[in-house]
Design a protein around this ligand. Structure first.
Ligand code: CA
Length: 660
C-alpha cells in the first residue's frame, strides 16, 4: 500500500518536473474574500496561505503523514492581499504536505495550515483528500435533524472514548467513532448500551466533547491507554485521530466520523460538536503562530499573551481573519459532516458580532441548527465585556443559548466547594433559583430575582436561550457531588436527590442538558477535574444501568413525558408568563401549573411539584389531576389516581395532568 503510494508520488513528481507549470494567481484585494481551503480536483490542486508579513512561503510534499523526507518543495506566490498561493497540475490526492513560512529571516516550524481538512498521525502533516470518496454509501440520504424549536432538544453530553471503552459496553470498537455507530451492543446484564441506549433513553441530540484534532493524546501510541477531554485544539477542521481505527491514514478518521454521524442521524439523533475556538493547545508554537505570528491572539498592554481561557492564551475573534476562520470552520463542519449544532467552549471570550454572524449564517442554511455556549470566561480578557458573548448579554445574541449556572448550583450547590449543597440536598434558600431554571431564566412576575443565586434579574428573553442542567463533564458527576456534600445520606436518598435534580432539569422551559451516564448515577470516584485522568475514572460503567435500572426508567419516562406534552416546551416567554403559575408552597417545595394549548394538544393543565424535603409534602388544589409520574419508588406512587389532594413523597417529583 505504502509502496504503491510512494510510486504514485514519484511518478507525479517526475510528471511535475517535466511538464507542470504554476498557473497564474488570482489577486485578492481583500483576504476576507479569499477561499483559503485547499481545492482538489483530479486535474490540479490549489494551496493557499494568508500571511501578509511573511517573507517567503513554501509547500513541502510528503509520501506519508510523519516519517519520510519531503519529496518536493515549492514556492507559493505572494499577492497584494497577503494570500500566498500555488496550483500544481496533476492528481495530488493522498499526498501529505506542510507549509513553511519565512519570518524575520528565519523559517518557522512546518505547519499543516489552519485550513487543513485532513492530516496524518498526530496532525503534523495535512493531506489532500477527495471528500466524495470518503462518504458513507447512503450519505446523500443523510440530513440534519429537524428541530421545531431549540427547547424541543434534549441534549446528552458524551465523550467518544468514555461511552464504549469499558468492557461492559460490549463494543467491538471500544473508544472509537465506530463504537458510537455500533448497533445491538449489550451490557453483561443484557441491557442496551451505546447508540441503542441513546435511542431507548429518548434524547434528541448527542453533544460530543472535542472531536476535532487535539494535541494531548499521542496517536502513535494507541496501544497504550491514554485519555484527555480534548480541550487543547490543534487542527480545527480535522477529526481527532485517536478515535479512528487508523490515525496514520488521513482518510480513515474522516470516513469513520461520517459513519458515526450517519448512524446517529438514521435514528433521528442530532450531533452537536463542542468547539474550542477560544484558545489553542500550544501558544507560541501553535499552527496559528506558525502561519502568521501573533495575529490570531489577544495581548495584554505589556505584550504578554492574555489568558481569558486559563489555558495560556485567548484568540481574538474580533479580528477579521479570525472571524472568517471561525465562521468558515463552523460552516465546513455543518455542511461537510452534517453537524447539527455547536457548543462554544468559553463563549464569553468571543465577541458578540462574530457569534451573531456565525448564528445568522448557520441558521440561514439550517434553521434547525442549535447553538449554545458557556457564557463566561476562565479569566479576565483585554476585550471589554460589553463586546463579549457572556451570559448576561444573551439578549443581544441571535438565537444562541447559554448554560444556566444559576440552576446548576441552585440544585446541588456550588461546583467549587465540595461541601456546598443545594435545593435537592436540603438547602431551602434556593427555591427562587429553581423557579428561575423552570421558566428558562426569563422575566416572570412571580419570581424574586434578588434571591436567585448568581443573577439579580432575568438574562434570557426567551426560555430556550437558557440551557437547563445540573452537571456536565466538568467538576464532580452529580452522584459524586451529592455524596461528597451529603456524607451522612444513605444511598437511597442520594438516588432520590439525583432523580429530583434531573427531573427539574427535564421539566424546565429551557433546553435540558444531561451529562452522559447521569441517568444511571455515573461516578468518577469522587474526582473533580478528570480531563487527563485514566479510563478507570472517566469511563462509563454500563453495569450501573442494571444496578440503577429504576432510576434510568424514571429518567426515560420523564423524557417521554416532556416530548408528549408541548406545554413543557413553550415557544416563547409570553406563553410561559401567561401559562405557568407557581403555587404558594412551604420551604423545600416548588410547585406550579401550566395551562396552555399547544398545537393539537387538548387543553390540559399540568401540575408539577418538586418536594426536596425529607418529609412528605401535602398539596390541595381546586382542580382534580391524574398522577402521571411520581418519584422513584413504585410503593409511594399514586400513578393513575385522580384527586385534588396530593401527598408527595420525600425528595421526589410529582407530575399530574387534568383529564381534559
Ligand atoms: Ca490528535
Amino acid at each position: 500500500m505504502l509502496l504503491n503510494r510512494l510510486l504514485v508520488l514519484l511518478l507525479s513528481v517526475l510528471a511535475f518536473n517535466s511538464c507542470m507549470k504554476q498557473t497564474s494567481q488570482k489577486q485578492f484585494t481583500n483576504p476576507e474574500d479569499a477561499n483559503l481551503w485547499p481545492i482538489y480536483t483530479p486535474a490540479s490542486t490549489q494551496w493557499k496561505l494568508w500571511s501578509p508579513e511573511a517573507e517567503q512561503v513554501q509547500l513541502l510534499l510528503y509520501p506519508d503523514g510523519t516519517s519520510n523526507q519531503a519529496i518536493a518543495r515549492h514556492n507559493l506566490s505572494a499577492s497584494e492581499s497577503g494570500v500566498w498561493s500555488l496550483t500544481l497540475e496533476g492528481d495530488w490526492k493522498n499526498t501529505y504536505y506542510t507549509f513553511q513560512v519565512k519570518w524575520e529571516g528565519e523559517w518557522l516550524p512546518e505547519t499543516p495550515g489552519i485550513y487543513a481538512q485532513a492530516t496524518g498521525v498526530n496532525g503534523e502533516r495535512a493531506c489532500i483528500i477527495d471528500h466524495n470518496e470518503l462518504n458513507p454509501s447512503d450519505w446523500s440520504d443523510d440530513a440534519w435533524v429537524k428541530l421545531e424549536a431549540p427547547n424541543k432538544a434534549i441534549l446528552y453530553e458524551l465523550h467518544v472514548r468514555d461511552m464504549t471503552i469499558h468492557p461492559s459496553s460490549g463494543s467491538k470498537y471500544p473508544g472509537k467513532y465506530l463504537g458510537l455507530a455500533e448497533k445491538r451492543t449489550k451490557s453483561p446484564q443484557g441491557l442496551a448500551t451505546g447508540i441503542d441506549h441513546l435511542i431507548e433513553l429518548g434524547i434528541t441530540h448527542v453533544h460530543l466533547l472535542p472531536v476535532f484534532d487535539y494535541l494531548s493524546v499521542d496517536e502513535e501510541r494507541l496501544n497504550e491507554a491514554q485519555f484527555n477531554w480534548g480541550y487543547d485544539p490543534q487542527n480545527y477542521n480535522v477529526p481527532e485521530g485517536s478515535y479512528s481505527t487508523n490515525p496514520h491514514d488521513a482518510a480513515v478518521r474522516i470516513r469513520e466520523f461520517k459513519q458515526m454521524v450517519r448512524e446517529l442521524h438514521r435514528h433521528g439523533i442530532g450531533v452537536v460538536m463542542d468547539v474550542v475556538y477560544n484558545h489553542t493547545g500550544r501558544t507560541e508554537d501553535s499552527n496559528f503562530n506558525r502561519e502568521y505570528p501573533e495575529y490570531y491572539y489577544r495581548f495584554e498592554a505589556d505584550g504578554r499573551y492574555s489568558n481569558a481561557s486559563g489555558c495560556g492564551n485567548e484568540t481574538a475573534s474580533e479580528k477579521p481573519m479570525v472571524r472568517k476562520f471561525m465562521l468558515e470552520s463552523i460552516l465546513y463542519w455543518a455542511k461537510e459532516y452534517h453537524i447539527d449544532g455547536f457548543r462554544f467552549d468559553l463563549m464569553g471570550i468571543h465577541d458578540i458580532e462574530t457569534m451573531n454572524l456565525i448564528a445568522d449564517t448557520l441558521k440561514a442554511i439550517n434553521p434547525s441548527a442549535i447553538i449554545y455556549g458557556e457564557g463566561w470566561t476562565g479569566g479576565s480578557s483585554p476585550l471589554a465585556e460589553e463586546f463579549r458573548a457572556v451570559k448576561k448579554q444573551v439578549s443581544r445574541l441571535h438565537g444562541i443559548s447559554a448554560f444556566s449556572d444559576d440552576l446548576r448550583d441552585g440544585l446541588k450547590g456550588s461546583v467549587f466547594e465540595d461541601s456546598s449543597r443545594g435545593f435537592v440536598s436540603g438547602v431551602f434558600s434556593q427555591e427562587e433559583s429553581i423557579k428561575f431554571g423552570v421558566v428558562g431564566s426569563i422575566l416572570h412576575d412571580q419570581l424574586l430575582y434578588k434571591k436567585v443565586n448568581y443573577s439579580d434579574t432575568s438574562w434570557a428573553v426567551e426560555p430556550w436561550q437558557s440551557i437547563a442542567y445540573v452537571s456536565c463533564h466538568d467538576n464532580h458527576t452529580l452522584y459524586d457531588k451529592l455524596k461528597v456534600s451529603n456524607p451522612n445520606a444513605d444511598e437511597e436518598s442520594i438516588v432520590q436527590m439525583q432523580a429530583l435534580a434531573l427531573g427539574i432539569v427535564l421539566t424546565s422551559q429551557g433546553i435540558p442538558f444531561l451529562h452522559a451516564g447521569s441517568e444511571f448515577l455515573r461516578t468518577k470516584n469522587g474526582e473533580h477535574n478528570s480531563y487527563n485522568l485514566s479510563d478507570a475514572i472517566n469511563q462509563i460503567d454500563w453495569n450501573r444501568k442494571a444496578e440503577y435500572l429504576h432510576h434510568f426508567q424514571f429518567i426515560k419516562q420523564l423524557i417521554q413525558f416532556r416530548k408528549e406534552h408541548p406545554s413543557l416546551t413553550l415557544p416563547n416567554a409570553g406563553s410561559v408568563r401567561k401559562s405557568l403559575s407557581f403555587i404558594d408552597s412551604e420551604a423545600g417545595v416548588v410547585a406550579y401549573t401550566i395551562a396552555s394549548k399547544q398545537g393539537n394538544e387538548p387543553i390540559k393543565k399540568i401540575l408539577v411539584v418538586y418536594n426536596a424535603k425529607r418529609e412528605t409534602a401535602k398539596l390541595k388544589l381546586d382542580t382534580k389531576y391524574q398522577v402521571a409520574l411520581h418519584g422513584l419508588n413504585p410503593g409511594t406512587s399514586q400513578t393513575g389516581t385522580s384527586s385534588n389532594t396530593f401527598v408527595i413523597a420525600p425528595k421526589s417529583l410529582l407530575i399530574a395532568v387534568t383529564e381534559k
